[in-house]
Design a protein around this ligand. Structure first.
Ligand SMILES: [Zn+2]
Ligand SMILES: [Zn+2]
Length: 178
């Protein structure tokens, strides 16, 4: 079970992620373009990092967890602040805290903007919890859900993103529904 630390930010939306040395910025398998960094969350001492292709929103199956139009990576030794490649959409960085917010972002502090950390996902469509692609653990662990938020992330119409990791191995995945 995830135990959020209410006193500290759980991560960052947008901006540049912390990465390990030698990190290769992810590329979309559909369009061959570089992806955009969406979010990096601290989970059990690891950094769950989500990217999405924003080169042609809605055309690269970026809503699917394993179609290659998005990427989720878990880092255990991220010490370098990456630089978004030239020409790639980059969102302004916002630190996020624990909390839940539906709708109006205008009247709250940055640290309240998030979506939801831990708990149970609020699916818009059917439950699409993925199985771990790398080990026999079965269904992955729900970590967080993200609303489009102040960045207006491209999650379709009124969409929502769902982030997962594997509690047995270093796999991660995410998807969105609308
Ligand atoms: Zn693409
Ligand atoms: Zn696994």
């Amino acid at each position: 079970m995830l135990v959020p630390d209410a006193a500290h930010p759980v991560g960052q939306l947008g901006g540049n992620p912390l990465v390990p040395n030698g990190f290769q910025w992810p590329t979309c398998v559909s369009c061959d373009g570089r992806m955009t960094h969406l979010a990096q969350l601290s989970v059990d001492g690891r950094l769950l990092t989500a990217f999405q292709c924003e080169n042609d929103p809605g055309m690269c199956e970026d809503w699917e967890p394993f179609a290659g139009g998005n990427a989720a990576v878990v880092f255990t030794d991220a010490t370098v602040r990456a630089t978004t490649p030239d020409g790639v959409l980059s969102y302004l960085p916002i630190l996020v805290g624990v909390g839940r917010l539906d709708g109006d972002y205008s009247s709250v502090d940055d640290e309240d903007i998030f979506g939801q950390f831990g708990g149970d996902p609020s699916w818009i469509q059917d439950d699409e919890t993925p199985d771990c692609p790398n080990c026999p653990a079965g269904p992955m662990r729900f970590v967080a859900q993200l609303d489009p938020g102040p960045h207006q992330f491209n999650f379709g119409d009124y969409g929502r993103a769902y982030l997962f990791d594997c509690s047995l191995c270093s796999a991660a995945a995410w998807l969105w529904q609308s």
